[in-house]
Design a protein around this ligand. Structure first.
Ligand code: PLP
Length: 370
């Protein structure tokens, strides 16, 4: 996917018109309220290291937002600020897993979990997710695993599928993890981005879960590199110690300015972005079947649409390469997200404007006719 992004940048430098459906990030900037706070912070603060676990005020904002959004009790003490949620995953994996432990995760799924875990010596248990369960895992799948996992990762809304796990199923998974001494790691990075379905936090069902969040997606602050993990009491000190060696702290400017991301003013702006993603989804859902791409995971939220291209290719990497060269449309080939079946799938992003989305689908249609 990153190779595809490099090509997009190169084509843009060469003046070649390209529609970008491959991005894994909002194309919008930070909310105005955040930019104002950043300006103030640049002038009034030394922006040195924050506390290892994060700026106290920022942690309080995250805790208040989490409590208010889901009706749970969240203490700032349990919030650890990390360099994007990516930094949170590394810390959480190091704190909870040993070399050789099994970790269950959905396939298709976000590739970085697998890449980090394999490099740490963990063993992956793939939960094959299909349209049958709306591309989300179930407690039954955990029950049927050949080995007991030490951790289970759930991502809702999903990447690459955009589907949201049913709260009742998340509750069953949380109970299964508690009964089987497995750590539930709930990636809630795309929370705030639902087109209608309810989004539950794992903390509604178990306080033992590790909840992961970020300013990168709904809050539209990808490059600011601020995320967080909300961890059970017994993990606060181990993760603080790890964080002291891994990162010292998350970026100070992102934390100082990021406090304003949780204001009503920012929410009004950010909710408009979600409306734009909803519009892009509607275009795709209506138009893709018309051009012969009728099999896809219909996203409930998030930023993506997962599309079956098996009628046209056995190798979506080659197909995506031809598509960008011949039609000027960049998509993410599926192999990153599903090593086994991803060569039959691509991921499209909901981040392009409505006009670009319409034009991009038209071009893919022309390409398929050829
Ligand atoms: C499901 C998921 N989790 C985590 C991340 C990491 O995001 P960040 O480190 O910017 O918070 C991403 C980024 O695309 C993602 O899609």
């Amino acid at each position: 996917m990153m190779q595809m992004l490099d090509q997009v940048h190169r084509r843009k430098r060469e003046g070649k018109d390209t529609i970008m459906f491959c991005a894994g990030q909002p194309t919008t900037g930070a909310p105005e309220a955040v930019i104002n706070e950043a300006e103030i912070a640049l002038r009034s603060s030394t922006l040195g290291y924050t506390e290892v676990v994060g700026d106290r005020e920022f942690r309080e904002r995250v805790a208040d937002w989490h409590s208010a959004t889901y009706g749970v009790e969240t203490s700032a003490d349990n919030v650890i600020v990390t360099t994007g949620s990516s930094g949170g995953f590394v810390a959480a994996f190091l704190a909870t897993l040993d070399h050789g432990d099994y970790v269950a995760m959905s396939t298709p799924g976000y590739p970085a979990y697998r890449n980090i875990l394999e490099s740490l010596g963990a063993k992956i248990l793939n939960l094959r997710c299909t349209a049958e369960t709306r591309f989300q895992p179930t407690a039954q799948m955990l029950e049927e695993l050949p080995h007991k996992p030490k951790a289970v990762i759930v991502t809702s809304p999903g990447n690459p599928t955009g589907t949201i796990i049913d709260p009742a199923e998340l509750e069953k998974i949380a109970a299964w993890c508690d009964d089987n001494d497995a750590v539930l790691i709930s990636d809630e990075d795309y929370h705030g981005m639902s087109f209608g379905r309810p989004l539950a936090t794992a903390h509604q069902f178990s306080k033992n879960a590790i909840v992961v969040g970020t300013l990168s997606k709904y809050f539209s602050m990808t490059g600011w590199r601020v995320g967080w993990i909300i961890v059970p009491d017994e993990l606060i000190t181990p993760i603080e110690n790890l964080q002291a060696s891994l990162a010292l702290c998350a970026p100070a400017i992102g934390q100082a300015a990021g406090r304003a991301a949780f204001t009503l003013e920012a929410a009004a702006e950010l909710d408009e972005h979600v409306e734009a993603y909803r519009e892009a989804r509607e275009v795709f859902v209506e138009k893709l079947p018309e051009i012969g791409l009728g099999t896809f995971a219909d996203p409930d939220g998030g930023l993506y649409l997962w599309v079956d291209v098996s009628e046209y290719t056995e190798d979506s990497e080659v197909w995506a390469q031809q598509l960008i060269e011949e039609a000027g449309v960049a998509v993410a080939p599926g192999v990153d997200f599903d090593p086994e079946l991803g060569h039959k799938w691509i991921r499209l992003s909901l981040c392009a404007s409505k006009e670009d989305t319409l034009e991009g689908v038209r071009r893919i249609g022309e390409f398929l006719k050829k």
